[in-house]
Write a protein that binds this ligand. Structure first.
Ligand code: IPE
Ligand code: IPE
Ligand code: MG
Length: 251
């Protein structure tokens, strides 16, 4: 069992929008499906790298957004079946590598077989410690906040919670990632510079990194480059730079 070391200069939680599969395939005059298959290979590399890194505790990957249902039906079907076969192939390997699997998003929209595989993967790996791998599937930051609002209002309606006691930590407690550290480093591949409804609440103080590399080409060296960029930044959380520098010398 590996125990993660806490080091301020290293991201504890890396969150990635894996974008560019379709364009990677189109550049090769191949169907978009080929790009999605190549994307799964890149996922394997990055998961292994983060699991081996002694400081990375959480890796979150955006696999399918709540808006991706708008894609052509054939592409959605392909993505769903790739999701299921990948889980079938990978759950045992993840478990052997001491990786805990976790899904965020509204899974009720998925086929029963897929929902069962997702629960099986979570159950089997729930005590693993090398890395928590969060897969965002049918996920949207707005959906997450909406479902939190629903639960909080039920608690208010039942008299269990008073409206004036609602604060940021109560809201946070009802969000999907309540028990995990917020992302330190956000990476989006594929060249677009937007967050596309990913972790809207949790990204408040995350360092953002955008790269033109298309997801299937993203590898260990590219991830290391993103981490190096993260390490060159001063995170101020509202303080002045001098305050942060003074804190660094006293801790
Ligand atoms: C990301 O790649 C994968 C998913 C959204 C499922 P895209 O499929 O968005 O690739 P591009 O952006 O069209 O190149
Ligand atoms: C974001 O990528 C979602 C995933 C990577 C799963 P998109 O390709 O769907 O984002 P937009 O539509 O370009 O904003
Ligand atoms: Mg895209």
């Amino acid at each position: 069992m590996s125990v993660k070391r806490f080091n301020l200069a290293m991201p504890r939680h890396i969150a990635i929008i894996m974008d560019g599969n379709g364009r990677w395939a189109q550049q090769r005059l191949l169907p978009r499906a080929v790009g999605h298959h190549a994307g799964v290979k890149a996922v394997r590399k990055i998961v292994e790298y983060c699991a081996a890194d002694s400081t990375c505790e959480v890796l979150s990957l955006f696999a399918f957004s709540s808006e991706n249902w708008r894609r052509p039906k054939a592409e959605v079907t392909l993505l769903m079946s790739l999701f299921l076969t990948t889980l079938q192939d990978e759950i045992d390997k993840l478990h052997k590598n001491n990786i805990r699997l976790r899904f965020i998003g509204d899974r009720t929209a998925f086929d029963l077989a897929l929902q069962q595989k997702m629960s099986e993967g979570e159950q089997k790996t729930k005590n693993n410690k090398a890395l928590t791998l969060v897969i965002a599937a049918n996920y949207g930051g707005r959906w997450d906040m909406t479902q939190a609002c629903k639960i909080i209002s039920q608690r208010v309606a039942s008299g269990e919670l008073s409206p004036c006691s609602i604060n940021e930590s109560i809201i946070n407690e009802h969000l999907c990632l309540a028990d995990l550290p917020e992302p330190d480093l956000f990476i989006r591949t594929g060249g677009e510079q937007r967050v596309s409804n990913f972790m809207l609440w949790q990204l408040a103080y995350t360092e953002l990194y955008f790269t033109p590399i298309l997801w299937p080409d993203f590898n260990e060296a590219a991830l290391q480059e993103a981490i190096t960029s993260f390490q060159s930044r001063q995170r101020r959380f509202g303080h002045t730079g001098d305050q942060i520098a003074a804190l660094a010398t006293t801790t």
